[in-house]
Design a protein around this ligand. Structure first.
Ligand SMILES: [Zn+2]
Length: 101
């Protein structure tokens, strides 16, 4: 994740600023917070099974343990995400301004 830069200021995201929201098959949704300009973003990443996960995710052992303790994504979560994607028009800035407002 640290090779992804903030779209606002160009700062690299740190591992601690990246939160995994969930995934829909190979499509993973990550929430990112920029330590440089304090902007928030949503990142969608496709992880192919052929790749070694440690090459694409950048979790510390502590983070890995933390995510491991989180509830597993169940069918309801997938349905929620499916509904979200169906409604979502790709306008991330509006999505987040709605949350802030
Ligand atoms: Zn930034």
């Amino acid at each position: 994740m640290t090779n992804i830069r903030c779209g606002v200021c160009g700062e690299h995201y740190e591992g601690e600023n990246v939160r995994i929201l969930g995934h829909y098959t190979d499509l993973w949704f990550l929430s990112v917070y920029c330590p440089g300009c304090h902007s928030q973003g949503l990142v969608a990443a496709v992880l192919n099974e052929g790749r070694q996960p440690e090459l694409v995710i950048d979790l510390t052992d502590e983070e890995y343990a933390k995510f491991g303790e989180m509830a597993a994504v169940d069918a309801d979560d997938v349905l929620d995400l499916h509904d979200f994607l169906k409604e979502f028009d790709g306008d991330f800035s509006r999505l987040f301004s709605k949350e802030e407002g």
